[in-house]
Ligand binder design. Structure first.
Ligand code: C2O
Length: 586
């Protein structure tokens, strides 16, 4: 990180009070279908594009695609927009049903995206809990009109929601690979750019529908205490912003970032603790990843790479919790709780506007430098249907800043920026009188997982050596200390969550304090994607440089890592700590 960007971020963390951020027929889209009609299918009934087969056998991509093998080599090229005419049935991962999520404009000419001209007014996105009545009325009118469009219209509400399914539940394959590789925009560095562009067009279509070139989506400000409940505008059953497919038990509840599906609502007496924990979580997420965009944004994925969900960043993990908290509470977790249906709830767009806003804030902290400079990111592309009824191909490089796209976020307080001290004050409060004090237990030896992954059925506590102790400030700026949970296996498409805590290792004892929450692994159901693998393997990478400072563990050569299972069938292969070099340009 350049000195300038680095000091801007540190300054923001140390003394900012207020942070400004500039910051079939198509009509059955989304319905379950049972019959598959196609010419060539693989063993799991997926349509195979003949041209891909030929290419795989010796064409352009022959070197990359190993026919008949489970391993496909990534060819080191950006993930490209799909070939729209090669759509096949997608899959609802929870029920396993085949669903139709093809986009209705596959015959249209595609043009390259042209950014809006710089003289266009900036659309200002505001927090959903602070809108005036007039704004709400406009928003409702726009959504009502979108819902009233003919079902085949690409601007139709359900058609717009189907875009999400198409890019996530396996309706399209990447161009040029056999066996097929699904297109997937979650679980990697594609996550933030895809959703930014998706919202960009959605917002402009809504604006068109009410003839308002200034119309901006509201955002669900769940990173501030007043925004940690479902915004009221979405809760009025007679409003077009309402959706019955939500967890109604959460309508009045405070959103706890530690939520896992099925958890009871917190007692109101715990509100202060939860708010403090949530803010501290955000603080930590930003602070630990300030020098390492992969931790925040997700890891690289290139064309042809198998199931890219091994690479979610921590913002995506946090965003998943909001999905599962909002969606219905029992499987199948419609709507927000399942990627197949998530965008059928208009609150999705408020949620994602906030995710996008947090990206913009992160980008600002880093001096507005693109997070990755690889072509594989900048040139990755997606296709959308725009506000002029044109099919456009957009690239990641088109959406690096909201400024480029003529929108911004209304500046709000960032209460998490200085959330650290309050958190530690609260944490140090004496235990409640009369409760027996927990005692530390003698430490087990350093855990070796052996060749078999370990099922996470009860908390796992291990002692993990650190590569280097007492690093200097300079060393910390050059490399971040990263805790890596490797070889995480969860059944394809299934929901899962576990939490990772880090504590000091002292005097040969561990506990009773499990220490500080370093982060969580969170999956919500999405496509089962793919043909032969039973599980997908992921890893979770968590920055712990400042966490170790917080718990004064910097001089110690080992830490205690506790993994708390929450939901899902999870296995892990190992845990270790690495020093990850920072890109010297930043
Ligand atoms: Cu595409 Cu919040 O997910």
């Amino acid at each position: 990180m350049s000195l300038m960007a680095s000091s801007a971020l540190s300054a923001a963390f140390s003394h900012s009070h207020r942070m400004a951020t500039t910051q079939p027929s198509a009509s059955i889209a989304g319905r379950r279908v049972t019959a598959v009609s196609c010419e060539l299918k693989d063993e799991d009934n997926h349509v195979i594009d003949r041209r891909n087969v030929l290419l795989g056998l010796g064409g352009l991509y022959g070197a990359a695609a190993t026919l008949g093998s489970q391993k496909k080599k990534a060819i080191g090229a950006p993930v490209h927009a799909p070939e729209l005419s090669k759509c096949h049935l997608a899959e609802d991962s929870v029920t396993g049903e085949k669903v139709f999520c093809c986009l209705p404009y596959n015959e249209r000419d595609i043009v390259e995206f042209v950014p809006p001209p710089p003289y266009e007014p900036i659309r200002v996105r505001r927090p959903a809990h602070k809108l005036d009545l007039e704004y709400v009325a406009k928003f409702e009118e726009a959504v009502a009109r979108m819902k009233a469009l003919p079902p085949n219209d690409p601007w139709n509400f359900m058609q717009q929601a189907t875009i999400h399914c198409a890019y996530c539940n396996g309706a399209y394959d990447q161009v040029g690979f056999y066996p097929p590789v699904s297109l997937q925009v979650h679980g990697s560095w594609l996550f933030l750019p895809f959703h930014r562009l998706y919202l960009y067009f959605y917002e402009r279509i809504l604006g068109k529908l009410i003839g308002d070139p200034n119309f901006a989506l509201p955002y669900w400000n769940w990173d501030s205490p007043e925004g940690m409940r479902m915004p009221e505008i979405y809760l009025n059953p007679s409003s077009p912003l309402y959706n019955p497919m939500r967890d109604k038990g959460h309508y009045a509840a405070l959103f706890d970032y530690k939520y896992a599906v099925g958890d009871p609502n917190p007692e109101p007496s715990r509100d202060e603790h939860i708010v403090t924990h949530n803010l501290h979580h955000l603080h930590r997420m930003f602070k630990e990843s300030e020098r390492n965009p992969k931790l925040f944004m997700g890891k690289p994925v290139v064309a042809g790479e198998e199931v890219p969900s091994n690479a979610s960043g921590n913002l995506e993990n946090l965003h998943n919790i909001v999905h599962s908290w909002t969606g219905t509470s029992e499987a199948p977790y419609y709507d927000m709780g399942d990627f197949f249906t998530a965008a059928r709830d208009i609150i999705f767009f408020g949620h994602h506007a906030n995710v996008d806003r947090l990206w913009e804030i992160y980008n600002g902290f880093r001096g507005h430098i693109p997070e990755f400079k690889q072509e594989d990111w900048l040139e990755a592309s997606f296709i959308f249907y725009d506000e002029n009824r044109q099919v456009v191909r957009c690239k990641v490089k088109d959406c690096l800043t909201p400024q480029q796209l003529r929108y911004s976020y209304h500046p709000e307080n960032l209460p998490w920026l200085h959330a650290r001290q309050h958190y530690f004050r609260l944490k140090d409060k004496k235990p409640i009188a009369g409760e027996p004090a927990p005692v530390p237990v003698p430490a087990a030896p350093i855990y070796e997982f052996g060749p078999e992954p370990k099922p996470l059925v009860e908390p796992i506590q291990v002692i993990v050596p650190r590569p280097k102790i007492s690093r200097t400030k300079f060393e910390k700026e050059a490399a971040t200390e990263v805790l890596i949970i490797e070889g995480i296996e969860v059944p394809f498409g299934a929901a899962a969550r576990f939490d990772v805590y880090v504590a000091k290792f002292v005097d040969g004892h561990i506990g009773p304090d499990i220490g500080e929450l370093a982060g969580s692994f969170v999956k919500i159901p999405h496509s089962k994607h793919k043909f032969h693998l039973l599980h997908h393997k992921s890893s979770l990478e968590l920055g712990i440089t400042s966490l170790l400072e917080d718990i004064e563990a910097d001089p110690l050569d080992k830490v205690v890592v506790t993994i708390l299972p929450r939901i899902g069938e999870v296995k892990i292969r190992g845990i270790h700590i690495e020093l990850v070099k920072v890109d010297p340009e930043y």
